[in-house]
Write a protein that binds this ligand. Structure first.
Ligand code: DGY
Length: 304
């Protein structure tokens, strides 16, 4: 069986499934075993990992880094390209799951579903009715990053009756209002949804200035924690200049001690966009198929 280095969040059944196809090792095991380092050709990772070139450089035979995820901001892609190492991801198969979570988070944020649940559960209802919330119908929603996931969210939101806009590169045939950038769009919408790529190009794209332009509105981040200046976000939420935020991603994951935990107007999700049994199975299959294809001497199925 071909050796493979595997890192990142995989469930026990997924690990067992991978073990049927590859002999899996950790980077620590490879660090202790010169023969393994010299021979290993495949590396499997997940979106929650940041791969260091220091570790990768110790693997001279490396041919492919496959991520079981669509984002590849944790992989040194330019470094890999220079060395002829293929990087693959799993586009498409996770779109529906991420879109579903996005719509769910937005509705839960506007209608305050988790807080309302606590109102009933704690008996507070007997002391008074829950305050009124706000709806999605008629809201102006702006999407930053109108790729497959951004478009999928737009399609799913339309029946709820918001008006839609997007920021970024203008695209032909898109019937929504277009803005050149997030800053320009923020002052014209009530809700900003982030579905753009992570990485240096979008680092802190949503900063204090954008949040001030958005306020008093709502932010939903399904992209990457790095896209939002989290300190500025906490400040805007604490001061109430921004009404609320729903976050599936964070600057540091897993989220540790953070002011976000004490803010009542933020909804937190553990980077779970693609985290359904069905979707993670499809993602893993695609990642493994990429590994088999490249290690078998063929072309990658979904190179980045
Ligand atoms: C990805 O695949 O990059 C998404 O963040 C879901 O895990």
């Amino acid at each position: 069986m071909e050796d493979l280095i595997r890192v990142g969040d995989f469930t026990a059944p997924q690990k067992a499934a991978i073990d049927l196809e590859f002999a899996c090792h950790t980077p620590e095991e490879a660090g202790r075993d010169a023969a393994l380092r010299a021979s290993v050709r495949g590396f499997l990772t997940r979106s929650n990992m940041k791969l260091s070139t220091e570790v990768l450089e110790t693997l001279p035979a490396l041919r492919i880094i496959a991520t079981s995820g669509v984002g590849f901001d944790g992989i040194p892609v330019a470094w890999a390209r220079e060395r002829g190492i293929v990087v693959t991801n799993t586009p498409g198969v996770l779109d529906a799951a991420v879109c579903e979570l996005g719509v769910g988070l937005l509705l839960a944020l506007l209608r305050e579903i988790p807080r309302a649940d606590r109102h009933v559960r704690t008996g507070a209802w007997r002391g008074g009715i829950y305050p009124l919330t706000t709806g999605l119908a008629g809201k102006r929603v702006g999407i930053v990053g109108l790729g497959r996931i951004g478009k999928g969210i737009a399609e799913r939101l339309l029946p709820f009756g918001p008006s839609l806009a997007y920021a970024g590169r203008p695209q032909a045939g898109i019937p929504f209002r277009h803005f050149p950038d997030a800053r320009a769009m923020a002052s014209e919408v009530d809700v900003l949804i982030l579905t753009c790529k992570g990485g240096p190009d979008t680092h802190h794209l949503v900063n204090a200035e954008v949040l001030a332009a958005l306020g008093p509105g709502y932010l939903v981040n399904l992209a990457r924690g790095s896209v939002v200046d989290e300190a500025a976000l906490c400040d805007a939420l604490a001061r109430g200049t921004l009404r609320g935020a729903a976050l599936d991603v964070f600057e540091e994951e897993p989220l540790g001690a953070s002011p976000l935990l004490d803010l009542p107007n933020v909804l937190l999700s553990p980077h779970a966009g693609s985290a359904t049994h069905e979707t993670r199975a499809l993602m893993l299959r695609m990642a493994l198929d990429n590994l088999h294809a490249v290690l078998g001497g063929g072309e990658a199925l979904t190179p980045v």
